[in-house]
Write a protein that binds this ligand. Structure first.
Ligand SMILES: [Zn+2]
Length: 379
């Protein structure tokens, strides 16, 4: 399975200037190739190379960089065609579609540039890289990353890495190819209930409260509103920076939650049962302010993180239908709206079983996981 590791480069001012010139140069070159593709109608990598390779070399791009630029443009053309075909840019004649069709593809000055092992080499133990730039090869650019990331780079880094610049910082995003871990036969399932008051709750009562998170998100939203009111360029820039910071915060939170859930499943030898995420918006009906929070919380991302962490650990994962999991009694199966008198309280009107509402729901999800697994693995 493929994973990416992002490391932060610590270039000297001179090195940073060379990287800057390189990224700009490569993306200007990509614009040029895209113009050729547009005017000639040639979009295949091989044919584009025939038309543009010499020009790119003459502009100071190395052989590998030139090929990567051409491939980047060819890939962008393929993506655009697929999007047009799928109707993602609207029906023929629509403004968006016409705009996309009537001009060449352009690249941001800081769009990511791929590097292979011939133009980028890693010295993980020294925490340095040597990288091709327009100003010549830069040796021993320092980078920083966690111990775990370093171990991953040493053991599994393979193939291309992307050079990326964000908010004045430089990053390399390296691809790692991990061997598949054989699936362990699950000894029961841990159910995970997703929601707003508690982002995630397991049947064992492991709860990730949304309270602190939602407070932070409200603060972010307030700040964003104030910035949006100002139309200045610096406010726009700040806004962009805030958005990224928020996305990082959410991703980091999701990583932490996913890790705890997967570690718990690993420790107990169980599989993980997740609710089918498509149902979550219909299922949760709340007052408006909370609805906004839910829609903007990335449960899909959390589900994705749990899935890949589970796969990496060889843990079984199953998605179940979440219908009525919050109203059904996990002890006797009795389903009734009255079983849940309050947001946090589950109290069965039939057998008297009482539990935190989210824990009860998580246990129902676990039971459905066991049943679903038995069905799909009967043969
Ligand atoms: Zn009951």
């Amino acid at each position: 399975m493929k994973l990416v590791v992002q490391v932060k480069l610590l270039p000297t001012p001179e090195q940073a200037a060379a990287l800057e010139a390189t990224l700009r140069g490569c993306n200007q070159a990509a614009d040029l190739v895209a113009r050729t593709a547009f005017t000639t109608g040639i979009t295949r990598e091989y044919d584009l190379r025939k038309h543009t390779y010499t020009v790119l070399k003459a502009r100071g791009l190395g052989a590998q960089a030139a090929q990567h630029v051409i491939k980047k443009v060819a890939d962008a053309c393929t993506t655009l065609k697929a999007n047009l075909r799928a109707g993602n840019l609207g029906p023929p004649g629509s403004r968006r579609r016409t705009r996309a069709e009537s001009r060449p593809i352009t690249f941001r000055p800081h769009a990511a540039q791929p590097y292979d092992d011939r133009c980028l080499s890693w010295q993980p133990h020294a925490r340095t890289v040597s990288i091709w730039t327009i100003a010549g090869r830069l040796r021993a650019i320092a980078f920083t990353c966690s111990k775990r990331q370093l171990a991953m780079l040493v053991a599994h880094r393979k193939g291309e890495s992307d050079l990326v610049s964000r908010d004045g910082m430089w990053f390399l995003i390296a691809t790692c190819d991990l061997p598949e871990v054989p699936l362990t036969a699950p000894n029961g399932f841990t159910g995970v209930d997703l929601g707003i008051v508690n982002i995630a709750t397991t049947g064992d009562g492991l709860r990730h409260s949304g309270k602190g998170l939602n407070a932070v998100r409200h603060r972010h939203r307030e700040l964003r509103r104030r910035l949006q009111a100002k139309a200045t360029k610096s406010a726009q820039r700040l806004l962009k920076k805030r958005r990224r910071a928020e996305a990082r915060f959410a991703a980091n939170t999701n990583h932490v939650i996913a890790k705890r859930i997967v570690t718990e499943a690993e420790r107990t030898g169980r599989g993980i049962a997740l609710e089918d995420l498509q149902g979550i918006r219909e299922r949760v009906r709340l007052r408006k302010p909370q609805r906004v929070t839910l829609h903007s919380w990335s449960f899909a991302q959390l589900g994705g993180f749990i899935a890949y962490k589970a796969r990496r650990a060889g843990i079984a994962l199953i998605h179940v239908d979440p219908a009525c999991t919050s109203r059904q009694c996990s002890a006797c199966g009795h389903t009734d709206r009255a079983n849940r008198p309050e947001q946090a309280v589950f109290s069965c009107t039939s057998c008297g079983f009482a539990e935190h509402a989210d824990v009860n729901a998580a246990r129902n999800i676990a039971a459905r996981g066991v049943a679903g697994w038995a069905v799909s693995h009967a043969a």
